[in-house]
Structures are given as structure tokens and as C-alpha cells.
Design a protein around this ligand. Structure first.
Ligand code: GLY
Length: 325
């Protein structure tokens, strides 16, 4: 066992709701501290990552677990994944409902099934078989938002899906502030990445985003791990998390890798996104192409850690070529 450990968590790329930046900062710090306490004591990165993501899933501020956004037909369909770098084992769930901690079901898929990804009814059957309790993650606030947005749609404000999405983003920038994730390196050298989300607001029923897709929302190998956030339709098309880990494999630090990969995403697809990363040297990195992305991190070299609402080098959407947006 070494002294080296690191953890970074994110609370989603997007724009902060006007009212709650300090609660958001406190939320990501709490998640980071929860995972950190496991790592410092020599615990496993899997436990640290799962525990940190569970904290974020329990906070209605974030779009994962309790407080997840709703689909067009008013349901909560959540995605989550977790990946273990040393073995490339991965577990993921897509479009799951009535569950408190989708990240724990993702871990169960990895550890207790021969599969990587279970979805919908099958995933829920697996959950009940393992004794996961039924839990309603829909909050009153999300229900009210959904009703408001549905009414706008009914009035025909956004006839085509992509345009509607852009318009909704402009009018309700907080909607895409979601998804949570964690990447942890433990003192045994194991790197684990995990991500959990309610997806994007008013998504079509059955829509699956980047979060449960290996290499898109989550990826980890022995050299590093990454967890992505933002609009999944862009993240999936560039395999954002894989790009970050691949850059670390070619010698980039976690920060260089995160920055390069998000810049590529910005230039190729221009949809808001962000990523956090840890490399095997115990360095953390984070970058986003969005106004904000709350993160909290700590490492063996900086154990007291820090919680921030944005990275110093964030690639703001305004910097992108408008023709790519
Ligand atoms: N990144 C979350 C999603 O698009 O579902």
C-alpha cells in the first residue's frame, strides 16, 4: 500500500441556478469528503467512488437519483455506470426507475452479473431480485418544472427537437446542470470512475445518454479514469471519457488530458459538456465547455482539498465557432 490517493467529483456541467451556488459547492465537497475518508484509511476506490456518488444522488440539487429530471411523459429514467481500471470491469444501468441509488445497481451489475449494461424493466427486475428497495426519486420541484415546460411545448414553442433543446437551454439554463460523477485512486493503485444521471429534461422515453456507455460517460484503465457530464448526444459521439484516458496513456497529465478532450468535443460537436479525471500519479484534472461545473477534489499532496464552481481554463460556449453549435 502506498500513500498516494486522489479523488475528484463533479455535480454536472451547465449553468448554476441563480439561487444556490453555495449549496452546490457544499454538496460536491460533502461527496468528496465522504470518498476521501475511505481512501485515506486505505479503503478501495470502488467503495469511495460509490459512496461519493451516492451522496450526490441523495441531494435533490443534482440531476441524479433524488431530483432527477423527467422525461417528456413525466417519468424519471436514470442512467449510471461504474468502471474499475485495474480489470476493465464495468457495470451500467440505463433507464432505471424507482431506485434511490442507481450507482449501486451499476456496481451490482458489474459484480453480480456477467454483463456490462442492463436497461429498463430487466434492470429493475435484477434490482428487485437483489433486494434493492422501491424508492420514488421524483421531487415536487422537478414535477413543477416539468409541468411548466410541457405547457410551453403544448403551445408549440419548439416544434423540432434539436431547436427545442437549444431554446430550452437558453430559457432554462439550469436544466442541463446535472449528472454527477467521481473518479478515485486508492492507496492500492486502483482507479475507479463512476457516473450517475437523470439524463436531460424532456428527453424522449427510452432515451439513453452517455452515462452508461463505456468510454462515453465513464472510463477507467490502470493509467487513469474519467467521468463526463453534459449533453450526452455530444459526449457519445466523441467518446469523451475514453479520449481523456487515452491521452493519459500517451503521457498527458489528468488536467492536460481533460483540457484536450473537452477542446476536441467543443470543436467537433459544440454541445455543452465537461469531464473530471485522475491519473495514476494521483493528479486530478477537470475541464468543461459550459459556464459552470461544480467540482471538489483532494489528493495525498493536497489533502484538505478544494470545492469550486468552475475550472480556471473552462472553454466557454461563446468561444466555439457558432456554425458548430
Ligand atoms: N450526460 C447525461 C446525459 O446526457 O444523459
Amino acid at each position: 500500500m502506498t500513500d498516494r490517493w486522489a479523488i475528484v467529483v463533479h455535480g454536472g456541467a451547465g449553468r448554476l441556478r441563480r439561487t444556490d451556488p453555495e449549496r452546490v459547492r457544499a454538496g460536491v465537497r460533502k461527496a468528496m469528503e465522504t470518498g476521501k475518508s475511505i481512501l485515506v484509511q486505505g479503503g478501495h476506490a470502488l467503495d469511495a467512488c460509490e459512496a461519493a456518488v451516492q451522496v450526490l444522488e441523495d441531494l435533490p440539487l443534482f440531476n441524479a437519483g433524488t431530483g432527477s429530471v423527467l422525461t417528456l411523459d413525466g417519468r424519471c429514467e436514470m442512467d449510471a455506470s461504474i468502471m474499475r481500471g485495474s480489470t476493465l470491469e464495468m457495470g451500467a444501468v440505463a433507464a432505471v426507475r424507482d431506485l434511490r441509488h442507481p450507482i449501486s445497481l451499476a456496481r451490482a451489475v458489474m459484480e453480480q452479473s456477467d454483463h456490462v449494461l442492463l436497461s429498463g424493466e430487466g434492470a429493475m427486475q435484477f434490482a428487485r431480485m437483489l433486494g434493492f428497495a422501491s424508492y420514488d426519486p421524483v421531487t415536487e420541484e422537478r414535477r413543477r418544472q416539468w409541468e411548466k415546460l410541457r405547457e410551453k411545448l403544448r403551445q408549440g414553442a419548439y416544434p423540432r427537437w434539436a431547436k427545442k433543446l437549444k431554446q430550452l437551454l437558453k430559457e432554462h439554463p439550469e436544466l442541463f446542470h446535472g449528472t454527477v460523477g467521481c473518479v478515485a485512486l486508492d492507496r492500492h493503485g486502483e482507479i475507479v470512475a463512476g457516473t450517475s444521471t437523470g439524463g436531460i429534461f424532456l428527453k424522449l422515453f427510452g432515451r439513453i445518454g452517455d452515462t452508461p456507455i463505456p468510454g462515453a460517460g465513464t472510463y477507467a484503465t490502470p493509467v487513469g479514469g474519467a467521468s463526463a457530464t453534459g449533453i450526452g448526444e455530444g459526449i457519445m459521439r466523441v467518446l469523451l471519457a475514453y479520449r481523456v484516458v487515452e491521452a493519459m496513456d500517451r503521457g498527458a497529465t489528468a488536467q492536460e488530458a481533460a483540457h484536450q478532450a473537452v477542446r476536441t468535443l467543443r470543436d467537433l460537436v459544440g454541445l455543452e459538456a465537461g469531464v473530471i479525471a485522475v491519473d495514476r500519479q494521483g493528479r486530478v484534472g477537470f475541464e468543461h465547455f459550459s459556464e459552470s461545473m461544480p467540482v471538489a477534489y483532494a489528493t495525498y499532496e493536497h489533502p484538505e482539498g478544494e470545492a469550486r464552481l468552475a475550472s480556471e481554463t473552462r472553454l466557454l460556449p461563446e468561444e466555439a465557432d457558432p456554425s458548430l453549435m
